[in-house]
Design a protein around this ligand. Structure first.
Ligand code: SF4
Ligand code: F3S
Length: 105
């Protein structure tokens, strides 16, 4: 599966949802996640994310993010249509400690 990681927080560009062939993105207040049981590992979304927040779970160190994606996939609503990203998305790209300080489920 692919997973959405920290840099999505407050960037939330939503380009990813437009390309997913199985519509497996789910929406929280300030980030999206991927349902790990629905993702077919096609990899199409990874290069589409302007924040480079989408990674294959084969990359080391992503256990925390895989768990977060799996946990919130149970309750967050599905999203298939891109809306406008936050006006300050660019300013949040690459900011440190976004999960600790800004994650909002
Ligand atoms: Fe969707 Fe493919 Fe990305 Fe999985 S890897 S979330 S199936 S676009
Ligand atoms: Fe987040 Fe990137 Fe999608 S910032 S909403 S994973 S395009």
């Amino acid at each position: 599966t692919y997973v959405v990681t920290e840099n999505c927080i407050k960037c939330k560009y939503m380009d990813c949802v437009e390309v997913c062939p199985v519509d497996c993105f789910y929406e929280g207040d300030n980030m999206l996640i991927i349902h790990p049981d629905e993702c077919i590992d096609c990899g199409v979304c990874e290069p589409e994310c302007p924040a480079e927040a989408i990674k294959p779970d084969t990359e080391p160190g992503l256990e925390k993010w895989l768990k977060l994606n799996a946990d919130f996939a149970k309750s967050w609503p599905n999203i298939t249509i891109k809306r406008d990203s936050p006006p300050d998305a660019k300013e949040w790209d690459g900011v440190a400690d976004k999960f600790e300080q800004h994650f909002s489920p």
